[in-house]
Design a protein around this ligand. Structure first.
Ligand code: DX5
Ligand code: ZN
Length: 220
């Protein structure tokens, strides 16, 4: 339980003060920087691309957890490795040759993650789980911050945890979307290893304190 990681999502940062917000995460009890890249095709929204990721990487002192919400992510795997990504997560729904994609990510020296949308069953990962370093369970529909957590995520989380325990794969489970102090403890109890938190951190009056509160809840 003590190793639960908090990954503030910079999608909710103030882009006019990006360095300040990255440094806030550096100086907080958070563990990773969660970086959401959206292409306006796989998801309806466009967030930011390489130059912004590069700017974040320049100031970040913690591992970069890059979540690609883009079609055909294979095209950019080497680029994100060069930019300094530590964990690169692609969407199951965007990868017809997922095994190959994961091998490519690993061959570039990064940890390989797979994200699944709320409607995608956990069972689609059963034949690949041993090759996945992290599963990102989307607890909202990807594309926007500040959405409401989808409760059905809990069932998927328990099912995924059981799959990982059975496979003895050591895969981490990350929950992304609508996470805050109201559900953090319950998520960890159900098997979550990494909690992404965007608006619950950056919209808080004191973001460092909001991260500390999340840490306190999951270490109980
Ligand atoms: C949604 C992104 C999330 C988002 C989470 O598509 O993947 O990382 O920033 O934001 P909150 O915590 O506000 O739901
Ligand atoms: Zn994300």
């Amino acid at each position: 339980m003590n190793s639960v990681k908090i990954a503030p999502s910079l999608l909710a940062a103030d882009f006019g003060n990006l360095q300040r917000d990255v440094e806030m995460v550096n100086n907080s009890g958070a563990h990773w920087h969660h970086i959401d890249v959206m292409d306006g095709v796989f998801v309806p929204n466009i967030s930011y691309g390489m130059p912004v990721v590069q700017a974040i990487a320049k100031h970040a002192t913690k591992p970069l957890d890059v979540h690609l919400m883009i079609v055909d992510p294979d095209r950019y795997i080497s680029t994100f490795a060069e930019l300094g990504a530590d964990i690169l997560t692609v969407h199951y729904e965007a990868c017809p040759h997922l095994h190959r994609t994961l091998q490519k990510i690993k061959s570039e020296g990064m940890k390989a993650g797979v994200a699944i949308n709320p409607h995608t069953p956990v069972s689609v990962l059963s034949s690949i789980i041993q090759d996945v370093d992290l599963v990102c369970l989307m607890s909202v529909n990807p594309g926007y911050g500040g959405q409401k957590f989808i409760p059905h995520t809990f069932e998927k989380l328990r099912e995924l945890k059981a799959m990982i325990v059975k496979a003895e794969s050591g895969t981490l489970i990350e929950i992304d979307g609508g996470v805050g102090t109201g559900n953090a403890a319950e998520l960890v109890e159900a098997g979550a290893d990494v909690l992404v938190a965007g608006s619950s951190v950056f919209r808080a009056e004191d973001p460092v304190q909001a991260i500390a509160a999340l840490n306190g809840l999951v270490k109980a």
